[in-house]
Design a protein around this ligand. Structure first.
Ligand code: AMP
Length: 573
């Protein structure tokens, strides 16, 4: 398949803003595609599957060099065009346009060629890497039409900007392969219920396999029936199940029924652990962090009695005398690139296993939770560093409350209360489990912009625009400048925030900047108010930073429904 076809599809998608129109265009396009696995990854702006730790690893300056080589222009010319358009992809198109008028491009780029080349970039290491990367990208660019160049560069920089989020992509699969190919948006209202059912089935398949390409192929060949073949694969991360909030033990029992399992809610780091010949560890965002946790790999190899399995667990930091450490203190282990073994010794973790999704070839997601917990107990050799989550089964509120207090005393965040007969539903926030925590409600938000400070704060970004999500969109909900410190030794500082956000800036206007939605923060607030000022329709009153959520990505932030519910649940409403 020619890359030009895909590049034109990106361009069209970028030119429309309505989600319905985007979905329709994508569906039309997908019907014509034969190289589904590659195209679907590229549509998501990636060349590796989720959980694959390889990265293209190309910064803007390297891309500039490649454009210079391919276009024969000077660095200044490329940078001038970049400044003017605010987009290095467009700049590449512009400078190459001038060239392609002079020399005719002889061969065509294919999707496969672009895809394979970008994958190769990730495996380059050692001396001369930069030059080789420049050469590979320049080679692609010299065969590219201007529109192809634009998207090659954006894909290389992992900044596609074509605006197709996962839910739009999922809907497009449904429109392209399940519904009448000529289906238009309006008809959907007629069979809304059936449509929603189909969307749910496709979403469930995506949550388990995490693979748009294979789900698309199954749908294309066999329709919905094909989805029965979607598989969980040991070694490929799947979306974790999420839990709802509750107002306390009594309220929690109402949601999960009686008796229920009450478990310690450890304040650590969620790990999805896959064991086959080797052990792989994924975060809740499906990033591969195996390399950062050699201690956990060994623990699992030594103490998990299964040839193959997938475990859901929380890794908590331990002090020398066996007490739990708050998350913040062990969070540095996630980002570590050097001295990994040394840090593992200094900051040991305990892996508390609270779920099991498959064991020795048998999927367990349909097995009732109570039985899954028993299987965990049979599978794990308990040591100080790995064990099943501490659990009590009870129908008694007093007993549950005592256990909750015991959990808090042990240094945990609270308890999780879980329905005994529940299945494991990847990716969903269903009421199979709820959390009971004493702290005031907090909200996870993503930073989408900031403003430079004044006076002694003028060298820093000092006020941060917070957003929640609604489908694939991020909607602003307030500005926050409290809870961040001036001195780094006191906690997360303005300086650190500024360094983190600077590379994410996509637009500057006066004192304000807009940033890519990447940094997630937990926010404490006094109240949620209705507000016409922000796109979400709500504003946080007195927002204050609780902590950086290094283990969360923009897709994990609170969504509009959650905010609406919190708003309605506030005192006096
Ligand atoms: P929250 O981060 O407040 O949404 O709470 C859910 C998180 O608590 C999960 O994603 C896990 O990382 C963590 N957690 C700690 N202990 C447990 C447990 N026993 N069962 C389930 N999740 C747990």
């Amino acid at each position: 398949m020619r890359y030009q076809t895909l590049a034109e599809a990106y361009e069209q998608l970028e030119s429309v803003s309505s989600r319905l129109e985007k979905t329709k265009q994508l569906a039309d396009f997908l019907q014509k595609v034969d190289d589904l696995p590659r195209v679907l990854l590229l549509l998501q702006g990636r060349v590796f599957m989720p959980g694959d730790e390889r990265e293209i690893g190309v910064a803007s300056q390297l891309a500039v060099k490649a454009i210079v080589v391919a276009s024969g222009r000077t660095k200044t010319q490329v940078e001038t065009s970049w400044k003017k358009t605010g987009d290095l992809g467009k700049a590449a198109a512009e400078v190459l346009q001038k060239k392609s008028q002079a020399t005719l491009v002889s061969s065509h780029l294919t999707v496969q060629k672009v895809f394979d080349t970008l994958q190769k970039l990730a495996s380059m290491e050692g001396q001369g890497t930069v030059d080789r990367k420049v050469k590979f990208i320049a080679e692609l660019l010299s065969q590219a039409s201007p529109v192809e160049a634009r998207y090659v560069i954006r894909t290389v920089l992992q900044d596609l900007r074509a605006g197709v989020g996962n839910s739009t992509l999922r809907d497009a699969l449904v429109w392209a392969y399940v519904l009448d190919p000529k289906y238009d948006g309006k008809k959907i209202d007629v069979d809304r219920e059936k449509y929603n059912e189909v969307v749910e089935q496709v979403q469930a398949a995506l949550d388990v396999s995490n693979d748009f390409g294979s789900v698309a192929e199954l749908l294309k060949k066999q329709g919905l029936k094909g989805l029965e073949k979607t598989k969980m694969t040991v070694g490929t991360p799947l979306k974790v199940m999420l839990y709802q909030k509750s107002k306390g033990v009594a309220d929690a029992f109402k949601t999960v029924g009686k008796p229920a399992a009450v478990e310690y809610k450890y304040d650590g780091f969620r790990m999805q652990i896959h064991k086959k010949k080797d052990v792989q560890i994924f975060t809740r965002r499906m990033e591969n962090v195996t390399r950062q946790f050699p201690d956990v790999v060994k623990l699992v190899q030594d103490n998990v009695k299964a040839k193959e399995c997938i475990l859901d667990a929380e890794a908590v930091g331990l002090t020398k005398d066996g007490k739990y450490l708050p998350f913040q203190q062990m969070s540095q282990r996630i980002k570590r690139k050097y001295d990994i073994e040394k840090t593992a010794k200094e900051l040991p973790v305990c892996v508390c296993v609270f779920d099991i999704l498959e064991k020795d070839g048998e999927p367990l997601v349909q097995t009732p939770f109570q039985e899954r917990h028993k299987i965990i107990e049979q599978t794990i050799n308990v040591t100080t560093y790995i064990k099943p989550a501490e659990q009590l089964i009870t129908d008694d509120e007093k007993e549950a409350t005592a256990f909750y207090e015991k959990s808090l005393k042990a240094g945990n965040e609270g308890v999780m209360m879980k329905r005994l007969d529940s299945v494991y539903k990847p990716g969903s926030r269903v009421g199979f489990g709820v959390k009971v925590k004493p702290v005031m409600e907090t909200l996870d938000c993503v930073i989408v912009g900031a403003e430079w400070g004044e006076g002694k704060r003028s060298k820093w970004l000092a006020s941060f625009t917070l957003a929640i999500k609604d489908g694939d969109e991020f909607l602003e909900i307030g500005k926050m400048g409290t809870g961040i410190k001036e001195k780094p030794e006191e906690g997360l500082s303005f300086g650190e925030m500024t360094e983190m956000l600077k590379p994410l800036v996509i637009e500057e206007k006066g004192k304000g900047v807009k940033t890519k939605p990447k940094i997630v923060v937990e926010i404490n607030y006094e109240e949620i108010q209705k507000s016409p000022t922000y796109a979400s329709g709500y504003a946080l009153r007195f927002p204050r930073l609780v902590r950086l959520r290094e283990d969360r990505g923009p897709n994990d932030v609170a969504d509009l429904k959650e905010v609406e519910n919190l708003y309605k649940g506030q005192r006096g409403r």
